[in-house]
Design a binder for this molecule. Structure first.
Ligand code: DHB
Ligand code: MG
Length: 221
């Protein structure tokens, strides 16, 4: 996207955030530490993080699963939706990222967040919770989207919510002449959802400081 367009998206996010999103020392520290440790700047934006928190809160989520931790920014947002007895489990493939995320979660004062290191294709398969999850946020490597989504369906309660990040990709996913592994990962998920009677879903495009992208929002029927 051209710089002037991105600047206007960013300005708009910052304008709205200035009314709606309070400063959060834990999140600020997490962003600063993540940047200092060299993590890529691909965490959810504050407006997106707040939306995730509100959506989880709307269903009274007590147990949240996240696939793809990075530095734990979305983990911090989602944890704010939890009831006092709630917990969030977040899956991260990189031991280095997990270390940074644990620092960030500790600095934010979160004790009900558990970072599990490993390839989520494997770690999700080992999960078999007595109490299912209420809410799953999938934001990891895009080629495995369908695998993660299938596992999320298994792990979430009836009427639970599954959200998948980065399903629009500045329109690349819908562009007939475009192909890359991430776009294909989204297309494979969409193709499976077409005939999936176990969930109901929609894509909502997002535009803001992180550019033009979108969330897929699904509920398990
Ligand atoms: C990338 C991954 C993300 O989850 C995201 O939100 C943006 C970009 C990436 O791998 O490039
Ligand atoms: Mg993402």
């Amino acid at each position: 996207l051209p710089n002037d367009v991105l600047e206007s998206f960013t300005r708009s996010d910052l304008y709205h955030n200035s009314f709606l999103i309070r400063e959060d020392a834990g999140l600020e520290s997490a962003l600063k530490n993540s940047k200092e440790k060299g993590l890529r700047d691909i965490a959810v934006s504050p407006a997106q993080g707040k939306l995730l928190k509100l959506l989880a809160q709307s269903i009274g989520a007590k147990r949240i699963l996240e696939v793809g931790t990075l530095g734990g920014c979305s983990t911090i947002w989602l944890a704010q939706a939890l009831q006092p007895d709630g917990e969030i489990v977040t899956l991260e493939i990189s031991e280095d990222n997990a270390k940074i995320a644990r620092e960030n979660l500790a600095t934010a004062g979160l004790r009900n967040a558990q970072v599990v290191v490993g390839n989520a294709v494997e770690t999700m398969a080992t999960l078999n919770p007595e109490i299912p999850f209420d809410f799953v946020f999938i934001d990891a490597d895009k080629p495995s989207n369908l695998t993660y989504f299938r596992e999320a369906k298994r792990l979430v309660r009836k009427r639970g919510v599954i959200i998948v990040d980065n399903v629009v990709r500045k329109g690349d996913v819908a562009c007939p002449s475009w192909s890359d592994a991430s776009a294909e990962g989204v297309r494979t998920l969409l193709a499976a959802l077409k005939d999936d009677k176990e969930v109901d879903a929609t894509t909502i495009a997002t535009v803001g400081e992180k550019g033009y992208d979108g969330f897929l929002y699904a509920i398990k029927l």
